[in-house]
Design a protein around this ligand. Sequence first.
Ligand code: AMP
Length: 143
Amino acid sequence: MSVALILASKGHDVTTIQPHRTMQEAAATLAEKGIGAVIVTGGDGEVLGILSERDIVRAVGRHGVAVLQESVSKFMTSKVVTARMDEAIDTIMEQMTAGRFRHLPVIHNGRLAGVVSIGDVVKHRLDAIESEHRAMREYIASA
Ligand code: AMP
């Protein structure tokens, strides 16, 4: 099972923000969309970084609420780990666990094609377990 399967059911929408936007604007976007991270992109849609709720909490915790007026580029993670469409779900789970992050932007043909979160992976896993159980119950009932 691959990343493409998750995106086929959740969609390819990606919430992005420009690097000069403020942390306040980023926090408002996360709250409005009910998401945990935004992808920071440049003028051509290229990925420049990622800013998650954890980055915002860390910045406010360390420097106070004044950071909310500063730019996203100052607090984003610039070295972004990305996934491919054909990557196995088990592989991206390992990447998220090893890297201690919960979001993976997906790149396809050089463009941002979606984001997979740990929540999407868990949901997918639970759905797979449920259908295995259903198949097993049906098999036992018909035996
Ligand atoms: P998260 O668990 O996604 O809220 O992120 C935890 C930390 O990892 C934050 O500092 C994020 O900026 C960073 N982060 C999140 N996703 C990625 C990623 N795909 N590649 C690199 N860093 C990430």
